[in-house]
Design a protein around this ligand. Structure first.
Ligand code: FAD
Length: 279
């Protein structure tokens, strides 16, 4: 049987400035759209802090005739506010979502109870039926707040059973963690696709800082190599492209259903990695 074409998608965050938004819509999106992704997605700031800008960016992308998935969480909002946002997305012809519990921005954490992703999926299904193709988050190296490896898989299954269609993983550089995770999910009865989230290496210092908090590990050999390059950013860039290309090649050759690139709103190095894969 012919191998199915892998699903490719690209993630953005909503830019903070009008110039950033214009660049994203007028330069970055046409360049990445030329790679024929299945959809773009746009993150939702912790606690709902980017409600308007996420809605603005997804609406513009959709108005250009491109498939797009806003990320969504309850944040500090009630059912009315989230319901109104969903209604707007339906009106604007958006039919994909990435449903999350999300996190609270630092300093805002104590007073608001976060709503788990499975409850958001239930809410979306109740309100809008089958309108949305819903993705949820998965963690091959396990969510940092999880009680155990098995409990995180249990809760992933719960949100898929609540009506999500598929999952996208947190980024990882240990390919074994992903395939072991897929095996464990299958053993737990999960039969929906789990797409690999991939973070191209751009700003290594930021990546290392972020990884400490989000439950993704950068292997020691990668850190050592980058450290050795010091201020030679060109070598870091080339090494990053090589490592991430190899990771994606292994994933696709070994049966990953597709790749979701965390683009950081940049065409490169995602475009080069995509070209290396010969997709
Ligand atoms: P959940 O699935 O609700 O899980 C959170 C934790 O609680 C886990 O430890 C889980 O094991 C546990 N748990 C789950 N359900 C239950 C339950 N019913 N009872 C008890 N425990 C439970 N963050 C943003 O702020 N904005 C974004 O746009 C964004 N996009 C993301 C996209 C992807 C593909 C990924 C992988 C992550 C994204 N994140 C985003 C980060 C995410 O919001 C955080 O990792 C957050 O801490 C968890 O969200 P979740 O939806 O995975 O939570």
């Amino acid at each position: 049987m012919a191998k199915q074409k892998p699903r490719i998608s690209f993630e953005y965050f909503p830019p903070k400035t009008a110039e950033g938004k214009s660049k994203l819509l007028e330069e970055t999106t046409p360049a990445l759209q030329a790679l024929n992704p299945e959809f773009f997605s746009v993150t939702y700031g912790a606690g709902g802090t980017t409600r308007d800008s996420t809605r603005g960016v997804v609406s513009s992308i959709r108005a250009a005739g491109i498939d797009v998935a806003p990320h969504l969480s309850f944040g500090g909002d009630d059912e009315n506010a989230v319901g109104e946002l969903l209604d707007t997305y339906v009106e604007r012809g958006i039919n994909r979502l990435v449903a999350l519990r999300g996190d609270m921005p630092s300093g805002m954490g104590a007073s608001t109870q976060l709503v788990y992703a499975n409850e958001l999926v239930e809410f979306v299904r109740k309100r809008t039926g089958d309108h949305f193709q819903i993705e949820v988050a998965a963690y091959p190296e396990i969510h940092p707040e999880s009680e155990s490896y098995d409990s995180d898989i249990h809760f992933l299954k719960q949100k898929l059973d609540a009506g999500a269609n598929s999952a996208i993983t947190q980024y990882f550089y240990n390919v074994e963690s992903y395939f072991y995770f897929l095996d464990q999910c299958a053993a737990a009865g999960i039969d929906k696709p789990i797409y690999a989230g991939i973070m191209p290496i751009t700003n290594f210092a930021n990546l290392a800082r972020f990884s400490r908090n989000c439950g993704a590990e950068i292997p020691r050999w990668i850190c050592q190599r980058v450290e050795g390059y010091g201020k030679d950013t060109d070598s870091v860039r080339k090494f990053g492209i090589e490592v991430v290309t190899q990771l994606c090649q292994t994933l696709l050759e070994s049966g990953a259903p597709g790749i979701h690139f965390y683009t950081m709103n940049q065409v490169e190095p995602t475009r080069t990695i995509h070209a290396n894969l010969g997709l």
